[in-house]
Write a protein that binds this ligand. Structure first.
Ligand code: ZN
Length: 457
């Protein structure tokens, strides 16, 4: 594990400058307050000329950054954003299923997966029978992501590997130079950061107003070794260094105090082991379930039974199947059966917002935290890490930090769902938001009113 100190020499002078400025402000306010009781005579905080005269948002996603990873090791750069910004106190709540594509697209659109259509990373549409496997055909990608909202309303956007950003929609055609795609794991994080930083060297009117940057760590290490492995700690440290690289790069260009940096993740990570498995074939005494009825085993059991043409009422057969499965699972005779609950999709808990789409298969099994579902015992796996479970589990939560002129400073807010992010970004950029599942009032808990800024630099 490497724990080198980030290069912060530029910061010490900066912090001294800030401290002296703060003293100056406190003194000037005190003097004014003594000298007059009229509020209009208060001396305003001195504002140096701004380098950037337009709002800019840099949205950064660290895939699989489970809430709490920031306590695994020193994260001075993330800490700096937290101390000067607004943080979700106990993490950002992902949407269900807590998978990468549904969540990145919920962050970008403010919609639940049932509404934006990306209901899993990979799925077969039960109606058309077509397979979605991260296809770029816009028919799969419903709703309006931030980069489309931005360019439709005359702003500029740039994306780097953000899932779904290479889909052509509205006025957005994934322009070369401002839309890095397709995703390529071998592109170093440094290169991704530097590409974003280079945009700030453009004349101001050409600097993208909205930028979305994607890091695939610490998700990769988390899957491979599980969330408690030292290699995950190392990946967290690496991500923090990338945040440091961004801060230093913005500092060097004298725009750090003008840019809104939103740091978040799509979901968390939990350990799963080969002993914590529910085998579908163990239910055979109650009901036989062929493997081709199952689209996905875990962490979400997704079933689309093929009853055959002679079955007149498949809905009734599905309900019967669900009843028999739950009877088996609660019998005490199926290993780990108590950790799987099967539902007709329309009976899933409302809080999951996971029924109102024809793409969602008719039967969904909610798998206990860290458990896996498999057809039979032919497959053995060592301990590793995964995500996709119920978004109620804390292990599925990620982080949220919002830093910049419009964010409240040094504030912690209660956890919220990531569908709220869209409205916040739209408000910062002065965009008319597309219809979404976030609350327009929610932005008030994160953002200062327009015209008021938190900056004292
Ligand atoms: Zn992910």
């Amino acid at each position: 594990m490497t724990k080198s100190k980030p290069g912060r020499s530029g910061f010490s002078g900066y912090i001294l400058y800030k401290l002296s400025l703060t003293v100056l402000i406190v003194l000037s306010v005190a003097v004014t307050a003594n000298g007059s009781d009229s509020p209009s005579s208060y001396v305003r905080r001195p504002q140096p000329p701004k380098k950037l005269n337009k709002p800019v948002v840099l949205l950064i996603s660290c895939d699989g950054f489970r809430f709490g990873y920031q306590f695994k090791t020193e994260t001075p750069n993330i800490d700096l954003l937290i101390s000067r910004g607004t943080e979700a106190k106990t993490g950002l709540i992902p949407v269900f299923p807590t998978m990468t594509f549904p969540n990145h697209y919920s962050i970008a659109t403010g919609l639940y997966p049932a509404s934006h259509g990306i209901i899993m990373n990979k799925f077969t549409d039960p109606v058309s029978g077509e397979l979605f496997n991260r296809n770029l055909n816009p028919k799969w990608w419903l709703g309006e992501p931030l980069w489309v909202t931005a360019v439709n309303q005359g702003l500029m956007a740039a994306t780097y590997f953000w899932p779904g950003a290479d889909v052509h929609k509205g006025s957005w055609n994934c322009p070369k130079g401002f839309c890095k795609a397709p995703y390529n794991v071998s592109v170093p994080l440094e290169e991704r950061v530097d590409t974003i930083l280079n945009y700030f060297d453009l004349p101001e009117r050409e600097i993208p107003d909205f930028m979305a940057l994607y890091f695939d760590e610490p998700d990769i290490q988390g899957h491979e070794y599980g969330p408690d492995d030292p290699r995950v700690t190392e990946a967290v440290s690496k991500v923090d260094k990338m945040i440091g690289r961004i801060i230093m790069g913005l500092e060097k260009r004298k725009v750090f105090s003008d840019v809104h940096v939103i740091l978040l993740g799509d979901h968390g990570m939990v350990t799963n082991c080969d002993k914590k498995v529910i085998y579908i074939d163990d239910l055979a005494d109650w009901i036989k379930i062929p493997a081709d009825w199952i689209q996905d085993y875990s962490p979400v059991l997704a079933m689309n039974p093929r009853w055959g043409k002679d079955v007149k009422n498949p809905g009734q057969k599905n309900a019967e199947l669900v009843r028999k499965m739950n009877e088996a699972l609660s019998s005490g005779k199926v290993a780990n059966g108590e950790f799987l609950q099967v539902y007709l999709k329309e009976n899933l808990p409302q809080r999951l917002h996971y029924s109102d789409s024809s793409r969602i298969p008719p039967i969904i099994g909610m798998v206990g935290e860290g458990l896996m579902v498999k057809q039979n015992r032919t497959y053995v796996q060592e301990c590793s890490g995964t995500h996709g479970y119920d978004n109620m589990f804390f292990s599925m939560r990620s982080i949220f930090v919002g830093y910049g002129p419009r964010f409240r400073r040094g504030i912690k807010v209660p956890s919220f769902e990531n569908v709220q992010v869209y409205n916040a970004v739209a408000e910062i950029l002065g965009l008319r938001p597309a219809p979404n599942n976030g609350s327009s009032l929610f932005t008030r808990s994160l953002l200062l009113p327009f015209g008021e800024t938190s900056q004292v630099e």
